[in-house]
Design a protein around this ligand. Structure first.
Ligand SMILES: C[S@@+](CC[C@H](N)C(=O)[O-])C[C@H]1O[C@@H](n2cnc3c(N)ncnc32)[C@H](O)[C@@H]1O
Length: 246
């Protein structure tokens, strides 16, 4: 039976958006073993939750990559929107700011400490809802969302979890809607970051180099292929935005 505990009750706790933490949703091994220092420890969250730092990690490209993702969703974002996994910095607030009054944003994350962190960032937005869920097994109905966005999650996941995340984002997004992925990509030969990033990613982000080897669409099985796929690269091809229309 699912066990839940309510954290951040909107009425009881300084107007923070509520969410439920389920004991049945476990932190994946790759997150615990590889990324505990970035996402799980409360001190890590306090350390990384700095706009300048997330911008530095992306070599000054945070705002342009964020805006590239948001522009896909429109200057005014309408309908039901899904953000798969929290993001340090102001990604979620900027998305929330664009929401039309009758629209909504659901944000999922598998780490309760991340939900707690994002909850403080979106407390002014009554149409933002937080969910303790695993991206590889979303609890939403098929075609429930008009658009979904997955910002720098795929490179952190081993291939099987990555494939499952992509398929889940496609499943919960309506036919004709958009799934927007922003992530790493193989830089071109003249980009010095091609050489700088190899030791960094190989040491700190062991699954990331897989995004240099394959296109995101390659993790989608033939029978689930979206009707449209569009890819754009940035910063000498170190980053990519891929938009899939299911
Ligand atoms: C989107 S990624 C990284 C984004 C970016 N590097 C940043 O600056 O935050 C990080 C988030 O993904 C979450 N995450 C990792 N695996 C997940 C999964 N299987 N399901 C849901 N969230 C997951 C982590 O808990 C973390 O909050």
């Amino acid at each position: 039976m699912e066990k839940t505990a309510v954290i951040g009750d909107r009425n009881a706790c300084a107007q923070l958006p509520p969410y439920q933490v389920s004991d049945d949703i476990l932190v994946p091994d790759y997150l615990e073993q590889t990324y505990w220092w970035a996402y799980l420890h409360p001190n890590a969250v306090r350390f990384f939750e700095r706009q300048w730092l997330v911008n530095l990690i992306l070599w000054g490209n945070f705002a342009s990559l964020r805006d590239a993702a948001l522009e896909e969703m429109g200057t005014e974002v309408t309908g039901r929107i899904l953000q798969v996994a929290c993001v340090y910095g102001d990604f979620t607030q900027q998305l929330a700011r664009r929401l039309a009054p009758d629209s909504s944003l659901d944000v999922v994350d598998v780490a309760p400490v991340q939900l707690e962190n994002v909850s403080a960032k979106v407390k002014e937005y009554p149409n933002v809802f937080l969910h303790h869920q695993d991206s590889t097994y979303l609890e939403f109905a098929d075609a429930a969302y008009d658009s979904s966005v997955v910002f720098f999650l795929l490179h952190e996941q081993p291939a099987d979890a990555r494939a499952q995340t992509i398929c889940e984002a496609l499943r919960v997004t309506k036919p004709g809607g958009k799934v927007v992925f922003v992530d790493y990509h193989r830089p071109n030969l003249t980009n010095p970051f091609r050489y700088v990033m190899v030791p960094i990613l190989s040491t700190l982000e062991p699954f990331a180099m897989e995004l240099w080897e394959k296109d995101i669409i390659d993790w989608v099985p033939e029978q689930l292929r979206p009707r449209q796929v569009r890819k754009e690269t940035f910063f000498g091809e170190l980053y990519q935005k891929v938009v899939m229309v299911p």
